[in-house]
Design a binder for this molecule. Structure first.
Ligand code: FAD
Length: 405
C-alpha cells in the first residue's frame, strides 16, 4: 500500500510527485504509468523532437536519480484498469492490485481516432506519445506526400515540421478555418496564410470519406470523390480523456472527470488533474471546462499536492499556452471562449502582432504572435479583466502595461 498513488506518469503526474515532496509530504508515493518512459515533456513531440533536434533524454521532466532520491516509486509500463474506491485499491490490466491512501488521476488524453473505412491501415498516425512520434519518424524516409487531418495546434505543428523535411503536405480542416475551436478569425487566417506560403495545401471545409490502401495507406478519398495520394496520414482531431475506470467506480463526469477547485472528484480521497479534469475555471466565467495545456496540468498538480500535504489550496491560475510553427512563436494567455470582440493589435503582414479578445468590453484573452512583450504585459490585463477601449488596444505605440486601470 502507498500513501499516494498517481495514475499517469505525464506532465501532471510528475508535477504532483514533485510538489508533494516540495511541500514536505513524507508518505510513500508511487506513480503508475502505461508508457515505458520516465515522465517527459509532450509539447516537443510535434516540434523539436519530431524535427530530430531534441533527443528523448532532453525531454525528460526529471532524471532517474531525481525520482530515486525523492523516493518516488515508478511503476512504468502498467495500465490501471479499475479502481475500487471502498477498498482504496487500483488494479492494473496485468492484474496487479495496489492499495492507496489518496489517489491522483492524471491520465491525460487518448487521441480521438478516425472512424471511417481504412482507419486501421499502417501509415496512419496520431501524435500523443514518444512512441507515436518515433513510429512517424521511422516512416518519413518513405514519404513524399502526407495528409494531415485536423487544423488544430498539433496538426499545424506537424505540418510545419514535415515541410522542413521537404514533404508535400495537404492539410484538411473540416471547419471553415483552422484553430476554430481555440482562436479568433484573424489568427486562423494568419496561420492559414503562413502554412500556404510554406507550400502546405490548406483545405478548409474538407470532408474526408475514407482512407485508401491495402495494408499501408495510399491516399485519402474526399466526400466529393477526389483522391489525394499520400504515404502518410497524421490525424490530429482532439483527445478523449481516459477516465472510464473512475466513472465505472462512480465518479461524476462525462467528457473527463469532474473535480472541484481543490481538484477533488466526487469520490473520497480521489483527485484528478490535467487534460482529464473538468474543473470550474474563473477565466471561463466559472464554467466547468477541460484545458489541455502544460500550465493547467502543472498548476492543478501543485494544488492537489498541497491539499494532500495538509495545506489548503484552490486552483485559480490564469491559463497560458504556446505553439511553435516555422519561425512563429505563438503565446496565448487567458481563454477566448465566448468573446464578443477581437481587436487586432499590429499588422499580421509584419508577422508580429496580437489579437486581444474582449467580452462586454473587458479583456479576457490575448493571442500574441512573435510579440512576447504583449504576452507578458497582457497577462495583467487578463488577470484584472481590464476594461480598455478597443482603439487603445489597437494602438501599438502604447504598451499594454499602460492600459491597466
Ligand atoms: P499527459 O502528459 O498526457 O500524461 C498522462 C499519462 O497517463 C500518459 O503517459 C498516459 O499514457 C498515461 N495513462 C493514461 N491512462 C492510463 C492508465 N489507465 N494507467 C496508467 N497510465 C495511464 N501544451 C502546451 O501547453 N503547449 C504546447 O505547445 C503543447 N504542445 C503539445 C504537442 C503535442 C504533440 C501534444 C500531444 C500535446 C501538447 N500539449 C501542449 C498539451 C500538453 O502536452 C498536455 O496538456 C499535458 O501533457 C497534459 O498533462 P497530463 O498529465 O494531463 O497528461
Amino acid at each position: 500500500k502507498f500513501d499516494v498513488i498517481i495514475v499517469g506518469a505525464g506532465h501532471g503526474g510528475a508535477q504532483a510527485a514533485i510538489a508533494l515532496r516540495q511541500n514536505k509530504f513524507e508518505g510513500s508515493v508511487a506513480m503508475i504509468g502505461d508508457e515505458p518512459d520516465l515522465p517527459y515533456e509532450r509539447p516537443p513531440l510535434s516540434k523539436e523532437y519530431l524535427q530530430g533536434e531534441k533527443p528523448l533524454e532532453r525531454l525528460l521532466i526529471r532524471t532517474e536519480n531525481f525520482w530515486e532520491e525523492r523516493d518516488i516509486t515508478m511503476l512504468l509500463g502498467q495500465r490501471v484498469a479499475s479502481v475500487d474506491p471502498q477498498a482504496h485499491t487500483v488494479t492494473t490490466e496485468a492484474g496487479e492490485t495496489y492499495g492507496y491512501g489518496k489517489l491522483v488521476w492524471a491520465t491525460g488524453g487518448s487521441p480521438r481516432r478516425l472512424v471511417c473505412e481504412g482507419h486501421h491501415l499502417t501509415g496512419l498516425h496520431t501524435v500523443r506519445t514518444r512512441a507515436d512520434a518515433d513510429r512517424m519518424m521511422s516512416e518519413l524516409p518513405n514519404v513524399q506526400q502526407a495528409v494531415v487531418i485536423g487544423g488544430g495546434y498539433i496538426g499545424l505543428e506537424a505540418a510545419a515540421v514535415l515541410t522542413k523535411f521537404d514533404k508535400k503536405v495537404v492539410l484538411l480542416e473540416a471547419l471553415d478555418r483552422v484553430l476554430a475551436r481555440v482562436a479568433g478569425e484573424p489568427l486562423s487566417r494568419f496561420f492559414e496564410e503562413e502554412h500556404r506560403s510554406h507550400g502546405v495545401d490548406v483545405r478548409l471545409g474538407a470532408k474526408v470519406d475514407c482512407i485508401l490502401g491495402d495494408s499501408h495507406v495510399t491516399g485519402v478519398r474526399m466526400a466529393d470523390g477526389e483522391v489525394i495520394p499520400c504515404e502518410m496520414v497524421i490525424v490530429g482531431i482532439g483527445i478523449i480523456p481516459p477516465v472510464e475506470p473512475l466513472i465505472a467506480a462512480g465518479a461524476t463526469g462525462g467528457n473527463g472527470v469532474d473535480v472541484d477547485a481543490k481538484g477533488q472528484t466526487s469520490l473520497p480521497d480521489i483527485y484528478a488533474i490535467g487534460d482529464c479534469a473538468r474543473h470550474p475555471n474563473r477565466f471561463a466565467d466559472g464554467d466547468t471546462i477541460r484545458l489541455e495545456s502544460v500550465q493547467n496540468a502543472n498548476d492543478q498538480a501543485t494544488v492537489v499536492a498541497k491539499n494532500i500535504a495538509g495545506l489548503d489550496a484552490s486552483y485559480d491560475s490564469v491559463p497560458w499556452f504556446w505553439s511553435n510553427q516555422y519561425d512563429i512563436k505563438l503565446q496565448t494567455v487567458g481563454l477566448s471562449i465566448g468573446f464578443d470582440q477581437a481587436v487586432l493589435r499590429g499588422d499580421p503582414a509584419t508577422r508580429s502582432f496580437s489579437v486581444v479578445y474582449l467580452k462586454n468590453g473587458h479583456v479576457i484573452a490575448l493571442d500574441c504572435v512573435n510579440a512576447t512583450k504583449d504576452y507578458v504585459q497582457g497577462r495583467k490585463l487578463v488577470l484584472e479583466r481590464a476594461e480598455v477601449a478597443p482603439e487603445r488596444l489597437a494602438d501599438t505605440d502604447t504598451p499594454l502595461k499602460e492600459m491597466l486601470g
